[in-house]
Unconditional design. Structure first.
Length: 298
């Protein structure tokens, strides 16, 4: 074997050894992955994400995928001659839009199930309606009634525990029911955070369309690779965070405060970002940790 080829093989071995302590640390631990954005609309990235999550499952993690489907929902809303409307980042959801959203999310859900099973891992697709997983009431946006948009009031994770115990990978569509069994569309970030808190997940990973968190979005040198929940709250209170990142970061800090060990904000456009963040010493996104954590990555 030539030296160049030998070096390539040795580099691969070093990468595997680097991953070993993380595999040992998180073996049999639950990790919730919120999957959406461009990583969902690009077929190659979609395959990479599913490969990543499948690998996590095969090395001993207990992953749960919570997926969105907003772009696809908007596309189908347009097909029926309607225009997608948003208030405060939330989709205005009338009866017809709710019907379309549920149809699209179920279609996306079963597509992801097929992709996971093609890689040799058993998966089960459910929505928040199944087993009473996500209970909600009506959510308002800036005081406005925006239709059938759900605010999660309770999570009943038994169906998830049952699936994990039987060695299935659960894939969850963010749809819930209220006490009167009315169907609601739920923001996928909200659903992922609520589920992560309910199952005391070791990690919650958001696959997004940005590199991670910046103190100043216009200054690339202000990138933040790691911060505590208190530091994140200070950024929010200081007005440094705006747009769609504001509710996401608030969700992240709340998850940390309620028992999730670590939250990751990752750029889903980077191939295998999930593996790079979890299994290497350097990572590729922003990690939010509890205030008491040491400064080293774990």
């Amino acid at each position: 074997m030539e030296q160049k080829e030998m070096n390539m093989v040795l580099n691969k071995a070093e990468t595997l050894i680097e991953a070993l302590p993380y595999i040992q640390q998180f073996n049999r631990k639950i990790i919730v992955v919120k999957y959406g954005g461009s990583a969902m609309s690009n077929e190659e990235l979609q395959k990479n994400v599913i490969k990543d999550v499948t690998l996590l499952k095969l090395v001993g993690f207990k992953p749960i995928i919570v997926h969105g489907g907003g772009k696809e929902i908007s596309r189908w809303v347009g097909k029926v001659g309607k225009e997608a409307q948003f208030v405060g980042g939330l989709r205005v959801t009338d009866d017809e839009t709710m019907e379309i959203a549920e149809m699209v999310l179920n279609k996306v859900n079963k597509s992801l199930v097929s992709m996971v099973q093609e890689l040799g891992v058993k998966a089960v697709g459910i929505s928040g309606k199944d087993g009473g997983l996500l209970v909600c009431d009506k959510k308002y946006a800036d005081g406005q009634d925006i239709g059938f948009v759900g605010n999660i009031t309770a999570v009943n994770p038994k169906v998830l525990y049952d699936l994990l115990e039987k060695d299935f990978l659960p894939i969850v569509a963010p749809i819930g029911l209220d006490d009167q069994f009315q169907t609601y569309n739920i923001n996928a970030d909200d659903a992922a955070c609520a589920i992560a808190k309910a199952v005391s997940a070791e990690k919650l990973a958001f696959l997004t369309d940005i590199e991670g968190l910046y103190k100043d979005i216009n200054d690339k040198s202000s990138f933040i690779s790691r911060l505590t929940a208190s530091q994140a709250e200070e950024l929010i209170e200081g007005g440094f965070i705006g747009g769609g990142m504001l509710p996401k970061l608030a969700n992240c800090t709340e998850a940390i405060r309620e028992g999730v060990s670590r939250v990751h904000i990752l750029d889903g456009r980077i191939p295998h970002c999930l593996l790079l963040e979890i299994f290497t010493n350097h990572g590729v996104g922003t990690a939010i940790v509890a205030d008491h954590e040491e400064t080293d990555k774990s």
